[in-house]
Ligand binder design. Structure first.
Ligand SMILES: [Zn+2]
Length: 270
């Protein structure tokens, strides 16, 4: 599943090719994504110049003078830059065409979306209630400490709540809690200020490291059969249930929490 680092890498991969260019056509082959692609989208976007591309959480915002296209990659979506004449494959659901090149969206499971927003995009209902970006100075230890007060839910669940902080997917939650030495099942309210300092630092670290690794895959965003951007990474706990902890060598414990795989070290995480 594309997580924040993949979306950020996508943004960096596609931007240089389409920024400041004019949309010449919009081709929709399958409008039924998570929400239907608006029928009048081509009319809305055609002849408009792409002014800016930004990311909010896992959403990409393509800003034009008259509004913004909002794209989410869902469970299995990916974007790549292709030559417009390149024939589509079965899951290539839409193209935003910029003359001789196009931004092509592929999504086998169709949980992604392409919507058109008028007005201030960050006030749209999908974006307005999102928590701070984890890699900005808005996400601080003091902020997390305050958000954990009187919260009885497990800390892992809290940091995966996009209203608290965006973009901390399951892998990153597992990894950062291990690095910070905090049990995923611990009540959020029990975290100390020191715990919050460690956890915020390690969330930023795992996300930034993943983005840095993604940077090496940027060329994959251009070209034919691309499966861009979903990079493999070296993980300390996720996917390693039953294997030796890299710190104490005791077997890592794997449980289900909120229907998500959760792996931690009973010995090293308190
Ligand atoms: Zn351990």
């Amino acid at each position: 599943m594309p997580e924040l680092p993949e979306v950020e890498t996508t943004l960096r991969g596609i931007s240089p090719h389409i920024l400041k260019r004019k949309v010449t056509a919009v081709t929709v082959r399958q409008p039924r994504l998570r929400w239907p692609i608006p029928e009048n989208l081509a009319a809305l976007m055609q002849h408009q110049t792409l002014l800016n591309i930004s990311r909010r959480g896992k959403y990409l915002l393509l800003q034009f003078a008259q509004g913004s296209a909002l794209i989410h990659l869902g469970m299995s979506g990916s974007l790549r830059i292709i030559k417009t004449i390149e024939p589509p494959m079965v899951h290539d659901h839409f193209d935003l065409v910029f003359g001789d090149i196009a931004l092509r969206y592929c999504d086998p499971r169709r949980f992604g979306c392409l919507l058109w927003l008028e007005g201030e995009p960050l006030e749209h209902s999908l974006l307005a209630h999102l928590g701070p970006e984890p890699l900005t100075d808005d996400f601080t230890a003091e902020y997390l400490f305050q958000r954990t007060r009187k919260r009885s839910q497990p800390i892992k669940q809290l940091i995966m709540d996009s209203k608290v902080v965006v973009g901390v997917g399951n892998i990153y939650a597992n990894e950062s809690l291990f690095m910070a030495g905090i049990k995923p099942i611990r009540k959020a309210a029990s975290l100390t200020r020191k715990n919050c300092v460690d956890l915020v630092r390690d969330i930023k670290f795992v996300l930034q490291r993943s983005i840095d690794q993604g940077g090496t895959t940027l060329r994959d965003f251009v070209g034919g059969d691309g499966k861009p951007g979903y990079f493999q990474q070296k993980l300390l706990v996720y996917g390693r249930g039953g294997k030796a902890c890299s710190n104490c060598e005791k077997p890592l414990k794997e449980i289900r929490m909120n229907d998500r795989t959760t792996v931690y070290c009973v010995n090293c995480q308190r």
